[in-house]
Design a protein around this ligand. Structure first.
Ligand SMILES: [Zn+2]
Length: 229
């Protein structure tokens, strides 16, 4: 029997700390999707956040193939305006530009700030976008009813992440189950914050290497489960 349990990760905003995560995912034989702001690749500026002086530095166009090897690149729109407007430019052209850089068709996106309306769903469907992730967490493993409003299970630093991980590992039901964990790689660099790269690695250690689990990118799960329906 083909396994019916899927784990996927997604990370937004394409800051350079994605490099650390990609290395980690490859080391554990796991996969993730990275949502890139296509007009801001290579962009760098000083930025004050979380009460610290930090630098925002986004991955550069020429490093995409190597940095994200084995992972999925998808669109976080051209400019991160939220809610997203002008879908033709913000999404379709963004996906096309990213496709040219990475060498395969980019078909997925994440809504900036998670903001969307039913009109976005209708319009994105018409434009051929396969899925769009929100930031509305479900704390469950149900297959999304609408892939263009894909609510993730939780963030990686959720207070209940380890309990959810245990529940998922124990799950033996008939229905397909999807554990979708999302976040931003720069959050793992926060000095005063609970979840570090080491904590994140402990999560991967716990969830990796299972025969009964498919480790997949977002688009791989969408394709597989659309086929099954
Ligand atoms: Zn974002």
């Amino acid at each position: 029997m083909h396994p019916n349990k899927y784990i996927t990760f997604s990370f937004d905003d394409c800051e350079i700390y994605d490099r650390v995560l990609c290395d980690m995912f490859r080391r554990y034989g796991m996969k993730a999707t990275f949502f890139l702001i296509s007009d801001q690749l290579g962009f760098r500026c000083d930025f004050h956040r979380y009460g610290e002086d930090t630098v925002v530095e986004r991955v550069a166009p020429e490093e995409l193939k190597e940095t994200y090897a084995g992972m999925e690149i998808a669109s976080h729109t051209a400019n991160h305006r939220c809610p997203v407007d002008d879908l033709e430019n913000a999404v379709v052209k963004s996906a096309q530009y990213l496709s040219d850089l990475c060498g395969y068709k980019v078909e997925g996106m994440a809504y900036p700030g998670g903001q969307y309306t039913p009109e976005h769903v209708t319009e994105l469907k018409r434009l051929g976008i396969q899925y769009a992730r929100t930031v509305q967490v479900t704390h469950d493993f149900a297959v999304p009813r609408e892939w263009l409003a894909w609510d993730p299970t939780c963030k990686y630093d959720d207070d209940h992440i380890m309990e959810l991980a245990d529940q998922f590992l124990e799950y033996q039901g008939e229905e397909p189950a999807v554990f979708h964990i999302y976040g931003h790689s720069y959050e793992l660099t926060r000095k005063e914050k609970g979840c570090s790269f080491d904590d994140f690695e402990r999560l991967l250690l716990k969830l990796s290497g299972r025969e009964d689990i498919v480790y997949a990118t977002n688009i791989e799960i969408v394709r597989r489960l659309k086929e099954l329906r």
